[in-house]
Design a protein around this ligand. Structure first.
Ligand SMILES: [Zn+2]
Length: 409
């Protein structure tokens, strides 16, 4: 994904609305952005609204197989998890094929970078490499967020048989395995502590140190379920967020996924440490998760990002508006976040959480941009509000990753 060329956008989002924008790309990065200029003969014309590429900050590609498969019967998050484990067994060749389909769907939805929170380690690095190869084949940027997963719960209980392939045995073995993976064109290796359930405090510190020595992003599933908080309080004497504070894990390089069951002190800690919080509205709805205090987190200093998580839905604009709409139902109020902030969650802040210099249309940034258009629509002035609340993945007509066109409808 190291392309060059010129694109001329009818309207583009440069942090504000601009018209007749010429984007020049060299070596995969934006060289210049000029507005109010005529299209040169050698520029690709982009009709509609051109915005930075969307960042999917939290995905488990394999879970797309559950789409439409787990919506009958009954149960809670833990029952869903049992059924999800039934879809976790892959050969590298099959996972490569599956991931190509998932990544193609993401590109067509305008996602130019995906964070794969990866804990299927039964074949060593082979399934992670299958994800990397599939991303390269389809032309999407990937941050492989390799997750350490060591135990069945906070009380130190053993892994269930279905969880055994997720484990490396100990954190040092995890680090040795991940050291065999390397960054490349369109590829970043990052680290995750799967959750406070699955990783003991000492091992958490090993994972965080590994990430910080390499300046790699660090992610964690945090407080998605009340049961995790109760168990943490019982065993560690504090909440999961406070445990992370105690162990030195909180920081601006950390992305906390879900972050739903938080008390006021947790919110203050995450905000003061400028942790990014990744909300996954469509999956959280599907799983019967509660709604997190996202407005309070944003106000206390957290950046926000969004993720498709289980991939039952692949639409980052739906995730962005869902972040606000779900809180409206929980709080009985409207507009908890401004549309421009939701758009930034789906672009610049998500890209930063994945370790990419992208998400803004300006010189020096990676040349990831997408175009949205509505054939049935009239020409109208672009607003962040209409992008987030009036458009969806289906309206994406053109996608450029690193100056290479990967979707053109
Ligand atoms: Zn997840």
């Amino acid at each position: 994904m190291i392309g060059s060329g010129k694109w001329h956008a009818e309207q583009a989002w440069l942090g504000r609305r601009a018209e007749n924008v010429l984007i020049e790309v060299e070596g995969g990065r934006i060289k210049s952005v000029e507005e109010d200029v005529f299209a040169p003969a050698d520029a690709v014309a982009l009709k509609g609204w051109t915005i930075p590429g969307l960042a999917n900050a939290h995905s488990h590609a394999f879970q797309r197989l559950l789409r439409g498969e787990v919506e009958s019967g009954a149960g809670d998050f833990w029952a869903w998890r049992e059924r999800m484990y039934g879809f976790a067994d892959w050969t590298p060749a099959d996972y490569f094929k599956h991931a190509r389909l998932v990544f193609r769907e993401m590109l067509e939805a305008g996602i130019t970078a995906v964070g794969e929170f990866h804990y299927l380690h039964g074949h060593g690095n082979e399934l992670g490499e299958a994800l990397i190869d599939a991303a390269a084949q389809e032309g999407i940027r990937i941050t492989l967020i390799d997750a350490c997963y060591l135990r069945g719960g906070l009380d130190g209980r053993e892994l269930e048989p279905e969880q055994l392939p997720f484990s490396d045995g100990d954190a040092d073995a995890w680090a040795r395995r991940v050291d065999d993976l390397s960054d490349g064109d369109g590829v970043r290796i990052a680290a995750a502590i799967h959750s406070v359930r699955a990783v003991d405090p000492e091992s958490m510190r090993v994972v965080a140190t590994w990430a910080r020595e390499r300046q790699a992003p660090l992610h964690i599933h945090l407080a998605e379920q009340a049961g995790e908080v109760d168990e943490c309080v019982a065993v560690e004497g504090c909440t999961p967020a406070q445990l992370l504070e105690r162990e030195g894990i909180l920081g601006p390089d950390l992305t906390a996924v879900h972050a739903i069951h938080l008390d006021e002190r947790d919110v203050g800690l995450l905000g003061a440490n400028h942790v990014t919080v990744c909300a996954c509205a469509t999956t959280e709805r599907d799983l019967g998760d509660n709604v997190g205090p996202l407005q309070a987190l944003a106000r206390s200093g957290c950046a926000l990002a969004v993720g498709s998580d289980s991939n039952a839905v692949v639409d980052m604009l739906e995730e962005a508006r869902g972040l606000d709409l779900d809180q409206r139902r929980a709080l009985g109020r409207r507009v908890l976040h401004q549309p421009v902030d939701l758009l930034r969650a789906a672009t610049a802040d998500g890209m930063r959480a994945l370790g990419w210099e992208a998400g803004e249309l300006k010189a020096g940034m990676l040349a990831d941009f997408i175009t949205l258009d509505q054939s049935r629509g009239l020409w109208r002035e672009m607003t962040p509000s209409y992008i987030v609340y009036g458009m969806s993945a289906r309206d994406v007509t053109n996608v450029v990753v690193g100056g290479v066109t990967v979707v053109s409808k």
